[in-house]
Design a protein around this ligand. Sequence first.
Ligand code: CU
Length: 266
Amino acid sequence: MYKRISGLAMVIGAVVLLGAGCSKGSLLSNKDKQPIEPAISVSPQALEENNEILVNEASLPEDGWIAIHTKENGQMGEIIGYTFLAAGKDSKIKITVDRNKVTPSLVAMLHYDRDPKGTFESPGSDGPVIKDQQVILKEFAILNQSELIKEFELSKPTSTSNDDTPKPTPPTSQGTRKEFVITAKQWSFSPATIKVKKGDRVVLKVTSTDVSHGLNLPAFNINETLEPGVTKTVEFVADKVGTFTFSCSVMCGTGHKAMTGTLVVE
Ligand SMILES: [Cu+2]
């Protein structure tokens, strides 16, 4: 009788031990999981009344941001919405965007959260997440974009609608053509300050003399990659007055964040 009980106790003990072993094992395999890779997935979607974009899944090994950029004429444009992304993986993320600025396709892009933390500085320190020389982004279509534009046009005051001239007159280059030859290298642009007059047609000829860099001037929808030794020509009309920052958009080493310049339009 005593033997039987102790036998039973041994069996129970073994089961308990096994169970503990199992849970310990699964804990370990959790820890040994592969490091989180930066990634984002978004599906084509219609923008609903609530102005929310749905991001299926996003992951980042550190705290960061998901920014929604416009895309026009093949160029990435301004950010029309963003949200914080805590380190790790998240799914079904909602981001409110500016309904009136939605383009037929949008780009969801991962950005770092660099100092000062907790606020989104872009352009600024919170640059795009880059892995293996690639910016982590996903372009997706807005299926009802044409309806949104109609809605917006209708909502605008119709004060000047009875003349025949096309309304949004694109900025023509009445100003002077101003050309600048710029060198990009770790970790600066030279010259770092460019001054032009409003209306000038600005031509930047930018060359990296060391590693890959980027030229990001979001105020004028410019974002180019600069391969070493290859001169990129960028042209735009300086159609607004202000002081605008341009920065390197390709992670190029420890001084990358400080690699900025200033465009002054007077
Ligand atoms: Cu850089």
